[in-house]
Design a protein around this ligand. Structure first.
Ligand code: UDP
Length: 483
C-alpha cells in the first residue's frame, strides 16, 4: 500500500492561531491515513502553543525555528498575531522572512537523517519562500490555504494584478473571475486599496503572493459542493492540482467540542450553555469578530442600540474598540448608558468579554444567526451548523468571502464593511429582523445554510462504499505526495 511507505512531510504555518490550528488539523488528517513522519516548524512560542495542543495519539513532531521578536521591531516575545495591533501585523509578516535560513537548515538536517529529502513541504500562502527552499533542496512544496477557494483566488489575484489601480471606477474586474463579475473598492482593505508597490504591505505581499503561485499544488480548506465556482476558477487560474479537503475544523467541531484556541473564555462555557438552554430554538444572534479584529467605538454604540431595539436575544463576544488595547480594561462609556445591566436584568443579552466558546455556541440549537467578520474558520464553523450569517468584513479576504456567501451561496446578508463605516442602530435592527424572520428571506437563508451543512457532512464521510469528496481528495493528495 503506497500510503504505508515511510516518508517525511514538513509543514510551516503562518504565525496566527487561525492558521496554526487548521495546519495541526490537516497534519492529523494526513497522519490518520499514512505513516509519514510529520514535522511542524515554527517560532519557539508558537511551537510551545502547539505542544500544549497536541494530544496523546499525535505522533506529530515539532521543530523550533530560532526567532527574536525585538530584532524585527516587535514587542518582546510577540511571535503571533494574537495581541498584536493590526498596524504591527505587517512587521510580523516581514519578520517571517527571517525564518527562511533556519528552515533551510532544518530541511538539510532532515535530509541527512532520513537519507533523502522530505516527500514535500506544506507551506502557508504567506510563507511562500518555502517554495524556494523546497526546490533548491530537491523537494516539492504545496500551499495550504486556510481560506476558501473563492476568497483565495480573489486575494491572490488582486495582490498579483492590483486591478483597482488600473481604473478610476469604484468597480473593477478581477482576473480569474468571469468577465461580468465586479468587485468594489470598499471590499479592499485600506492597505491594499493604497498599495503602490513601495509601501510595507506591498513589499511583503506582492513578492510572497507571486512566489505562492509557483507551488506544485494547493490544499484548500473547503468542500467541492459548497464552492463549485470558486474551485473551478481557482484551478483554472493556478493550473496545478487543488485539493479541497475541508471542512478542516478544530477537532470535534462538527459535534460541538470542548476545544478552545488555547484561551480561557471571558465567561465559562457552562454559563453560556445554561443561558442558551433556556432560549427557544434558533432565537439567539451570536456576535463575534474573530480572534484579531474589533469594531470602532461609534460602530459598537450603534450595534448595541440596534440589538436592544431588535428585542432579540444575543450573545456578544465584546472587546475594547478599535484604537484601544484589545485586551485592556473595558469601559462602560463604550456602550449606551446602563446597557449591560439592562441586558442582564431582562435576560436578553449575554455579554462575553474578550473570548467566547464559539464552536459550542454555534452548535447550540438556540443559535439562529451569526453576525460575523467572516474569517474563513468562522464561516465554516457557522455553516457546518446550518447557521446563516450577517456579514461585517473587516480585513484580509473577508469581504470576498461575504460576496460569495451572498451571491453564490445565498446564506448571508451584508450589514456593512470595514472599521471605518458609519452605521445606525436602525440598520442593525433591520438586518437582524431579515435574518431572524422565519418567513421570506430569513427562511430561505436558513434552508440554504442547512443544505451547506449537509454537503459538509457528506464530504467527510469515511464510509468505504460512498467516500465523501474531501476524503477522496485526501486519498488523492497522499497518492500525489508519493508520486
Ligand atoms: N474564536 C473563538 N472565540 C472567540 C473568537 C474566535 O473560539 O471569541 C475562534 C473561532 O471559533 C475560529 C477562530 O477563533 O476558529 C477565528 O478564526 P477566523 O478565521 O474566523 O478569524 P480570524 O481570527 O483569523 O480573523
Amino acid at each position: 500500500d503506497a500510503a504505508n511507505k515511510k516518508g517525511h512531510i514538513v509543514m510551516v504555518p503562518y504565525m496566527a492561531h487561525g492558521h496554526i490550528i487548521p495546519f495541526l488539523a490537516l497534519a492529523r488528517l494526513i497522519q490518520q491515513r499514512t505513516n509519514f513522519t510529520i514535522t511542524i516548524a515554527n517560532t519557539p512560542l508558537n511551537i510551545q502553543y502547539l505542544r500544549s495542543a497536541l494530544s496523546s495519539p499525535d505522533q506529530i513532531r515539532l521543530a523550533e525555528l530560532p526567532f527574536n521578536a525585538t530584532q524585527h521591531g516587535l514587542p518582546p516575545n510577540i511571535e503571533n498575531t494574537e495581541n498584536l495591533p493590526l498596524t504591527h501585523v505587517i512587521h510580523l509578516s516581514h519578520s517571517s522572512l527571517s525564518l527562511e535560513a533556519p528552515f533551510r537548515s532544518l530541511i538539510s538536517q532532515i535530509t541527512q537523517e532520513d537519507g533523502k529529502p522530505p516527500l514535500c513541504t506544506i507551506s502557508d500562502v504567506f510563507l511562500s519562500w518555502v517554495n524556494n527552499v523546497a526546490k533548491s533542496l530537491g523537494t516539492r512544496n504545496l500551499t495550504f490555504t486556510t481560506c476558501g477557494a473563492y476568497g483565495t483566488l480573489a486575494y491572490v489575484s488582486i495582490w498579483s494584478n492590483l486591478p483597482h489601480r488600473k481604473t478610476d471606477s469604484d468597480e473593477f474586474w478581477v482576473p480569474g473571475f468571469p468577465q461580468n463579475y465586479r468587485f468594489h473598492r470598499t471590499q479592499l482593505h485600506k492597505y491594499l486599496r493604497a498599495a503602490d508597490g513601495t509601501d510595507e504591505w506591498s513589499r511583503f505581499f506582492i513578492p510572497q503572493i507571486a512566489l505562492s503561485v509557483e507551488s506544485d499544488g494547493w490544499i484548500c480548506n473547503t468542500v467541492e459542493d459548497i464552492e463549485p465556482l470558486g474551485l473551478q476558477l481557482l484551478r483554472k487560474y493556478l493550473g496545478v492540482p487543488v485539493w479541497s479537503v475541508g471542512p478542516v475544523l478544530p477537532p470535534d467541531a462538527l459535534k460541538g467540542s470542548k476545544h478552545r484556541a488555547g484561551k480561557e473564555p471571558g465567561i465559562t462555557l457552562e454559563a453560556c450553555m445554561e443561558w442558551l438552554d433556556l432560549k427557544d430554538e434558533n432565537s439567539v444572534v451570536y456576535i463575534s469578530f474573530g480572534s484579531q479584529n474589533t469594531i470602532s467605538a461609534s460602530q459598537m454604540m450603534a450595534l448595541a442600540e440596534g440589538l436592544e431595539e431588535s428585542g432579540r436575544s444575543f450573545i456578544w463576544v465584546i472587546r475594547p474598540p478599535f484604537g484601544f488595547d484589545m485586551n485592556g480594561e473595558f469601559r462602560e462609556e463604550w456602550l449606551p448608558k446602563g446597557f449591560e445591566e439592562r441586558m442582564k436584568d431582562t435576560n436578553s443579552g449575554l455579554m462575553v468579554h474578550k473570548w467566547g466558546p464559539q464552536l459550542e455556541i454555534l452548535s447550540h440549537r438556540s443559535t439562529g444567526a451569526f453576525l460575523s467578520h467572516c474569517g474563513w474558520n468562522s464561516v465554516l464553523e457557522s455553516l457546518s451548523n446550518g447557521v446563516p450569517i450577517i456579514g461585517w468584513p473587516l480585513a484580509a479576504e473577508q469581504a470576498y468571502n461575504v460576496k460569495m456567501l451572498v451571491e453564490e451561496m445565498g446564506v448571508a446578508v451584508e450589514l456593512t464593511r470595514t472599521v471605518e463605516s458609519v452605521i445606525s442602530g436602525e440598520q442593525v435592527r433591520k438586518i437582524i429582523e431579515i435574518v431572524m424572520d422565519r418567513q421570506g428571506k430569513g427562511k430561505e437563508m436558513k434552508e440554504k445554510a442547512n443544505e451547506v451543512a449537509a454537503h459538509m457532512r457528506n464530504a467527510t464521510k469515511e464510509n468505504n462504499q460512498e467516500k465523501g469528496s474531501s476524503v477522496r481528495a485526501m486519498d488523492d493528495l497522499v497518492r500525489n505526495i508519493l508520486s
